[in-house]
Ligand binder design. Structure first.
Ligand code: ZN
Ligand code: ZN
Length: 176
């Protein structure tokens, strides 16, 4: 089983290969970046945000039609939300093996700071490894430095290391 990274055409470009290499170093499966043919629906004009649940519904449908079994991670630049959540960095649905991450709030520019690819890649790698961790069966972890810690704020992602704690790593290894 592979991990397909669907890169939305509006997502930041020029960082895909570094991102993919860094993500691969953390995970027991091989990521492959492809152009996304998934229509980004679920846009809510009044909030200028996209409903992450609707996006995963689209991924589920597209996977069903294609008959593929690979895990899919969709990378978008749209700011994500969900009923009950003002915003989300990402969302996964382990039952169908599909997840989405957003670069919107991982980018310094969102906070009025100069853009920095290095920061963006670092946060995107951690947030993506977190969602793929869920797809591989991992739950949230209480260790604030572990990738499976539930990040609610950007500071949480910055504090996380590019590291699964020994307990989470053990669970990941059992997937191999
Ligand atoms: Zn999570
Ligand atoms: Zn952990």
């Amino acid at each position: 089983m592979d991990l397909l990274i669907f890169w939305d055409e509006a997502a930041p470009t020029g960082i895909q290969s570094v991102f993919s290499r860094d993500l691969e170093s953390l995970l027991p499966i091989t990521p492959r970046v492809c152009d996304s043919h998934v229509v980004v629906n679920g846009f809510i004009p009044s909030r200028r945000q996209t409903n992450a649940t609707a996006l995963i519904d689209s991924l589920d449908l597209s996977k069903k039609r294609s008959g593929r079994k690979d895990l899919i991670l969709l990378v978008v630049s749209d700011d994500l939300c969900r009923t009950g959540d003002e915003y989300l960095f990402g969302l996964s649905r382990p039952s169908t093996g599909n997840a989405v991450v957003s670069t919107a709030r991982l980018d310094n520019e969102f906070y009025g700071q100069p853009a920095c690819d290095e920061d963006l890649i670092d946060r995107l790698v951690k947030e993506s490894a977190h969602e793929v961790g869920h797809l591989l069966g991992l739950a949230h972890c209480r260790n604030p430095e572990c990738i499976m810690y539930n990040p609610l704020l950007l500071e949480d992602i910055s504090r996380q290391k590019r590291w699964f704690c020994p307990k989470c790593q053990e669970n990941l290894n059992s997937f191999e």
